[in-house]
Design a protein around this ligand. Structure first.
Ligand code: SF4
Ligand code: SF4
Length: 247
């Protein structure tokens, strides 16, 4: 019997394939997708959510996130902490919908698509898309079709995807494939650089750690004032620190 590559409710889409879907406040399943879910959040998700909530990254992580060590011994995974109510609700779901809609995580934006990202043997980042057809979601019965590209653009993913690809470039780095196991200190550095973004910025400003030594005082101030630029710097610096510093 031929092996099924994906679960029954998941189907890989061809890059140019369109799909039928629309979500709006009038669907009978409104908000059903915001409960009982494992929602991994990326560094750029944290950047957007902490701004939306007026929190520092550390405050956001303490209040809304769960950090799990990957079973593979790789870098930690960060999830949005669901409420302890009877339905495992997302802390941001309300009767009127998502209360952080403008800054919702990439996985929420992409749904019902899933974006699988992998690094090829030559180091290139490639993507595949799958369509989820979960029984509770009625959006696939709505009369609207769109391409993957249009959907991603409409959902604001053009800002998220490049940052999320950089996560993959680290967690699927060649050194890891060749057997490197991150030490506990490296796992903590991953969290401190990419997730505790304000703390990372402060360590650069105060010259409290090795990051930022290549920057002038003015460059440091400009970097820390621009959260996206700071995160981009964090990815670059961390990659160098983890894989090219001989450590
Ligand atoms: S249509 Fe799907 S995505 Fe939209 S509210 Fe219903 S379950 Fe959620
Ligand atoms: S962040 Fe918003 S869209 Fe995502 S699960 Fe929570 S309430 Fe739903």
């Amino acid at each position: 019997m031929k092996e099924r590559p994906f679960p029954r409710q998941v189907r890989q889409l061809a890059p140019d394939e369109s799909f039928q879907f629309r979500c709006h406040a009038g669907v009978p399943c409104f908000n059903e997708c915001c409960r009982l879910l494992e929602l991994a959040i990326s560094p750029y998700d944290v950047l957007r959510l902490k701004h939306a909530l007026g929190l520092t990254a550390r405050q956001f992580l303490n209040q809304y996130a769960v950090v799990e060590q990957a079973a593979t011994g790789g870098f930690p995974l960060v999830y949005l902490a669901m409420l302890g109510d009877s339905r495992g609700s997302c802390p941001f779901v309300a009767e009127q919908g998502c209360t952080v809609y403008e800054d919702r995580p990439a996985a929420c934006r992409a749904y019902p698509l899933g974006r699988g990202t992998f690094r090829t043997a030559s180091g290139e980042i490639q993507n595949i898309h799958v369509l989820l057809a979960e029984p509770h979601c009625q959006g696939g019965h709505e009369d609207q079709r769109q391409s993957i590209d249009c959907w991603e653009t409409e959902q604001g993913l053009d800002l998220y995807n490049p940052f999320n690809d950089q996560v993959v470039a680290i967690v699927q780095h060649d050194r890891l494939r060749q057997g490197m196991k991150p030490s506990e200190a490296q796992r903590q550095l991953y969290l401190a650089t990419l997730y505790d973004q304000d703390g990372f910025g402060q360590s650069i400003l105060q010259a409290a750690g090795p990051a930022g030594q290549d920057l002038s005082a003015l460059e440091k101030q400009a970097l820390v004032a621009d959260s996206s630029a700071l995160l981009a710097y964090g990815f670059k610096w961390l990659t160098q620190e983890l894989f090219n510093s001989g450590g």
